[in-house]
Design a protein around this ligand. Structure first.
Ligand SMILES: C[S@@+](CC[C@H](N)C(=O)[O-])C[C@H]1O[C@@H](n2cnc3c(N)ncnc32)[C@H](O)[C@@H]1O
Length: 113
């Protein structure tokens, strides 16, 4: 059977919104937890999330490691909008950990495609 590649960029608004509604909490938090257990001394620095989608991973990362400077990028405008919304909502709930993160995501997020 021939493999049919999906388009890399999720530029469709409905597709992006459906992705954002899906529950990836366990796998996304697992990523952050594994990072912390693999690199326990790495508690600050710069992190770039290439293809951040709706931003759940960088938000979780910022909550867990508030001293990191985080830049999240995606080539999809609808995903960028969802990620910005996620950061703003999260910053309302956890202003302290996300204080350094919000501006970086909102201002530096850019399209790559
Ligand atoms: C499957 S989603 C994963 C999103 C997020 N990393 C997560 O795990 O929830 C892949 C994301 O990468 C983005 N993407 C794929 N290829 C890209 C490229 N070449 N430049 C920018 N963004 C890209 C897509 O638009 C999409 O938002």
């Amino acid at each position: 059977m021939d493999r049919i590649l999906e388009p890399e960029l999720m530029v469709d608004k409905e597709q992006s919104e459906a992705y954002a509604r899906a529950d990836f909490a366990q796998v996304n938090q697992g990523f952050v937890d594994r990072f912390r257990s693999c690199f326990p001394k790495m508690t600050s620095g710069a992190m770039v999330d290439l293809g951040c989608g709706p931003g759940d991973i960088p938000v979780r990362f910022a909550r867990a490691l508030p001293s990191f400077r985080i830049t999240a990028v995606d080539g999809s405008e609808p995903m960028i909008a969802l990620a910005q919304q996620a950061v703003e909502e999260a910053a309302g709930r956890w202003p302290q950990p996300l204080r350094r993160f919000g501006p970086y995501l909102v201002r530096q997020i850019s399209t790559m495609a």
